[in-house]
Structures are given as structure tokens and as C-alpha cells.
Design a protein around this ligand. Structure first.
Ligand SMILES: Cc1cc2nc3c(=O)[nH]c(=O)nc-3n(C[C@H](O)[C@H](O)[C@H](O)COP(=O)(O)OP(=O)(O)OC[C@H]3O[C@@H](n4cnc5c(N)ncnc54)[C@H](O)[C@@H]3O)c2cc1C
Length: 304
């Protein structure tokens, strides 16, 4: 949670810097988020309030009807300062921005192996060439376990999430994020609504299943009945990088100099990204980092 909170706090400045480069607009805006009846007792509500205060998220306990008359949930949590960003557009903007800065991106060239000599990384072997480097950062998501000595597929593994999208007119569109029983609806600025997501341990399998799509559709219509007659415009799935203790790996490799790891961001990689980038830059430059990274080391004991 520390990393996600630090990442979210950095988003406004990060997006503003990105917009200055005249790249694709990642459609970042403050939507707020309403969570329907997240707890059923005062003790848990207090714990959530304490958590929100610790990370300085303004929050209010409210009846959902105050926002959505069709949703009779008395004890809902309203987080008015939560932001949303359109992640495919954010990635496009980042690619454009780094290219403007003369960074070379080699697409569709999987790293096959790290080249190491005398306990120091010296490069990366791809199919067509070996690229020499003094520093290598492995950020291969759920696939990172096959590249990093000491990490295995048991430490870092895929967790599938299926999603759907509806295209509606902005005037009929949802304005805030709605979350209920693990399913969320996210509004986009053009009126479309993204609905997700499943949490499935099915290996490196990115298929969609009829059952999951049906469940997402049913829940979406229940929460936002305007979608009842709108066809699903898109369905897809992604593989989140999971770890046994749900804590990322963000560290220097303990045995190989020049090798850095940033993975295992599970359900919050997008929220964490600006903080992770800053920490990684500080680590490599030998500067103090914004937080203690002991919990994120790769040689921590794992609860197998
Ligand atoms: C359905 C769904 C909904 C989500 N919603 C949210 C959300 O609302 N908020 C949030 O913060 N996070 C969310 N996440 C989680 C977020 O997407 C991940 O945490 C994040 O993508 C992890 O980023 P990453 O760069 O570490 O890994 P990835 O995004 O998996 O990227 C890893 C990349 O490395 C590439 N790669 C793999 N092996 C190699 C190799 N050998 N050589 C070269 N490249 C390689 C892969 O092709 C991939 O492009 C969601 C995820 C899913 C699936």
C-alpha cells in the first residue's frame, strides 16, 4: 500500500510533465470512487478510516443513494480524490515521450538471457544480438522469474484478470468509479465504461471465458442499468505479476552487481508506477530512496 500511495501522490505532476511533451492525452482526471458496503461492522469501518487517514485520502461514509438513487447501500465509502487514467493511452504517451528524448525502444525482441561475468551483469542476449550494458533492470512482469537468477516461477507468477468495455455516449456515461463485491466500473472521458476484473490462477493463459464475461456483464448492468441495452464493445484479459506474499520485488540483485529488479506489482502496478520509477532511478544513481526497501528485497523468505 505504501508504494501505491506514493505512486498515486505523484500522478498529477507526472501527467503534467507528460502533457508538456505534447504526446497522446492519457485522459487523467479525478473521478472519485464509491465502494458499496465495504464492511459490515463498525470495527472494520474504523480500520478503513484509519487506513485512509494514514495515507491522507479524504473519505466519507455515505448512503450510496446520495450518488446513485438505484443503489440502496447505506454504508458506502466515498473517496472523492481518487483519479483515473486510461492506461493504453498512458503507455502510448510514455513511448512517444521517451522517443522524443532519443531513447531507443527495441520492440518484439524478447530478452533470452542475462549475460553475467564475475558476478556483474554485462548485457542481455536477444535473438538477433547481444546488447551490452553496465546496468540492466528486469521489469518483465509475470515472466521475470525466468530471467533473474534466484527468482523462479514459484516466486513470481501470472494472475489473470478479464475485463470488458462498453461504449456509451458521454451524456449517459458514468462519472465515478463504482466498486462492489470485487467488481468495478471505471468511467472514461468519452463515456465508455470499463468493467473488471477476475482474479484467476490459470498460468500464462490470456483467453476470455464465457462465464467470466457473463458475470462481469451482469454485475455491470446491476450497478449501472444504463448499460442494459449497450453491447460489449471489447473484451480482453491481462496477466498480473503475482507474488506469494503480494509484495513486489524492487531491489538490487543481492549477488549480481548492476542487475536491478522491479516486478510483482500484482493489482497496483499502474498506481505504483511513478514511485517505482523514482525509486529505481535513485537506487541506480546511489541516492537515498523515498522509503525503506527492506520488505521488497528478492532474497526475503517466501511463505510457500
Ligand atoms: C484486468 C487487470 C486490471 C488491472 N487494473 C489495475 C488498476 O486499476 N490499477 C493498477 O494500478 N493496476 C492494475 N492492474 C495491474 C497492472 O496492470 C500491473 O500491476 C502492471 O501492468 C505490472 O506492470 P509491469 O510492467 O511490472 O508488468 P507487465 O505490465 O506485465 O509488463 C511486462 C512486460 O514485459 C514483457 N516481457 C516479458 N518477458 C520479456 C522478455 N523476456 N523480454 C522482453 N520483454 C518481456 C511483457 O511482454 C510485458 O509487456 C490490472 C491488471 C489487470 C490484468
Amino acid at each position: 500500500m505504501r508504494l501505491a500511495a506514493a505512486g498515486m501522490a505523484r500522478y498529477p505532476a507526472f501527467i503534467s510533465e507528460l502533457l508538456d511533451t505534447q504526446t497522446t492525452d492519457p485522459e487523467f482526471f479525478t473521478s472519485g470512487m464509491l465502494i458499496l458496503d465495504p464492511v459490515d461492522n463498525a470495527h472494520d469501518a474504523n480500520a478503513i478510516s484509519a487506513w485512509a487517514e494514514q495515507y491522507t485520502y479524504p473519505h466519507q461514509w455515505q448512503a450510496a443513494e446520495d450518488h446513485f438513487p438505484h443503489l440502496p447501500h447505506d454504508n458506502s465509502l466515498w473517496l472523492p480524490q481518487i483519479n483515473t487514467v486510461r492506461n493504453p493511452r498512458l503507455l502510448r504517451a510514455l513511448i512517444e515521450a521517451v522517443r522524443q528524448a532519443d531513447v531507443t525502444i527495441l520492440e518484439y525482441q524478447p530478452a533470452r538471457e542475462l549475460r553475467v561475468a564475475q558476478q556483474r551483469v554485462i548485457g542481455v542476449r536477444c535473438d538477433s544480438a547481444t546488447h551490452h550494458a553496465e546496468h540492466v533492470i528486469v521489469t518483465a512482469g509475470a515472466w521475470s522469474g525466468s530471467l533473474v537468477p534466484g527468482l523462479s516461477p514459484a516466486h513470481i507468477f501470472p494472475i489473470r484478470g478479464q475485463m470488458i468495455r462498453f461504449d456509451t455516449a458521454p451524456s449517459a456515461g458514468l462519472k465515478t468509479i463504482l466498486l462492489d463485491e470485487g467488481i468495478y466500473l471505471i468511467p472514461r472521458q468519452d463515456g465508455s465504461v470499463v468493467v473488471g476484473s477476475t482474479v484467476e490462477h490459470v498460468g500464462f493463459d490470456k483467453h476470455n471465458t464465457e462465464e467470466a464475461i457473463h458475470h462481469l456483464h451482469r454485475k455491470a448492468v446491476e450497478l449501472w442499468p444504463n448499460l442494459a441495452h449497450t453491447p460489449i464493445a471489447q473484451q480482453w484479459s491481462g496477466l498480473r505479476p503475482g507474488t506469494q506474499d503480494e509484495i513486489p520485488y524492487l531491489a538490487a540483485h543481492p549477488d549480481i552487481a548492476g542487475l536491478w529488479i522491479g516486478t510483482g506489482f500484482y493489482r497496483n502496478g499502474l498506481a505504483m508506477a511513478p514511485a517505482v520509477a523514482e525509486i529505481m532511478a535513485d537506487l541506480i544513481q546511489g541516492r537515498p530512496t523515498m522509503m525503506d526497501l527492506h520488505d521488497y528485497r528478492i532474497d526475503r523468505p517466501t511463505p510457500f
